[in-house]
Ligand binder design. Structure first.
Ligand code: AMP
Ligand code: ZN
Ligand code: FE
Ligand code: FE
Length: 279
């Protein structure tokens, strides 16, 4: 029984609507899906009703970009419900930070000679959480680049010519807020934090001591060796080995829900292990 604990819909920067995403998961035989749109829970209600129809278990969640001691990392949050605890209310502030950052990036792009407006970007955003992938889509429509990936390369990516940072929670704040909201957290795609895995044990131990519950071991871009290494680390630290595809619909070509690039298989036992961590 396979599941997928990392997916994005059109409520943030995926291209499938929440119900299309759930239907696709059901058609592929997945038994549980976490919808983890960036900084928003606005796709959850639609996903929940589609999940009931498709016989898929929905785990409501989000993905947060956080700072931790000079590094940036992403945290997946699971079992996060509107009206339950302090974290859901903090998401609006994070989206406001996105809005300010997007305006600054558009201004920077215009100074670089790209004829792009806030309306061009808004035309590509399906929901309230707007980000760099939507700026990328607008640049594709303008014919400046041919794909999201090309727009990121040297332009929108961290340190790129049009890059502007945005307001973020610290890892300690995000983990504390999540735990106080009856949710649990897992470090998303650890390979993006550091290409050298030597720093992982000390980093993940620190985060565990802050209240982290899991580590995203099973991820499309993780090699078999890295998956094995991270699984051993998670076991040693008492963290749940989580996994997901980071599906974005056609926003990430060649990658499918559940299976990633074809070799992903996350066991459904992970859900119960995460549930046990809820406080
Ligand atoms: P933002 O949340 O606005 O800072 O944008 C970051 C998001 O852009 C990530 O969560 C990914 O979904 C996407 N992204 C990051 N790098 C790339 C890339 N090289 N190509 C395509 N999408 C990317
Ligand atoms: Zn994304
Ligand atoms: Fe991420
Ligand atoms: Fe993601």
């Amino acid at each position: 029984m396979a599941i997928d604990l990392h997916t994005h819909s059109s409520a943030s920067d995926g291209t499938d609507s929440p119900s299309e995403l759930i239907q696709r998961a059901g058609d592929l035989g997945l038994t549980a899906i976490a919808l983890t749109d960036h900084d928003t829970l606005s796709g959850i209600e639609e996903a929940r009703s589609a999940a009931a129809d498709a016989g898929v278990r929905l785990i409501p969640g989000t993905e947060l970009s956080v700072d931790h001691e000079g590094r940036k990392l992403h945290l997946l949050v699971y079992f996060l419900e509107l009206g339950n605890g302090p974290l859901p209310e903090r998401l609006a502030g994070l989206r406001a930070g996105r809005h300010e950052r997007n305006s600054e990036m558009i201004a920077k792009l215009r100074r670089l000679g790209y004829d792009i407006s806030a309306a061009d970007v808004a035309a590509h955003a399906g929901g309230e959480s707007v980000g760099r992938p939507h700026i990328a889509d607008a640049l594709v429509t303008k014919g400046v680049v041919s794909s999201r990936a090309e727009a990121f390369d040297g332009l929108l990516d961290d340190g790129g010519a049009a890059y502007v940072g945005r307001r973020r929670l610290t890892a300690a704040e995000a983990i504390t807020l999540a735990n106080a909201s009856g949710a649990v957290t897992s470090v998303a795609h650890p390979y993006t934090i550091d290409a050298n895995s030597k720093s992982y044990p000390a980093l993940f131990e620190q985060l565990r001591d802050l209240g982290l519950s899991g580590l995203e071991v099973y991820y499309p871009e993780h090699s078999p060796d890295l998956r094995e290494h991270l699984a051993a680390l998670a076991a040693g630290l008492g963290l749940v080995a989580t996994g997901g595809s980071d599906y974005h619909g056609s926003g990430k070509p060649g990658l499918d829900i559940g299976i990633g690039f074809g070799d992903l298989a996350v066991p459904d036992t992970v859900v119960a292990a995460l549930e046990e961590r809820r406080t």
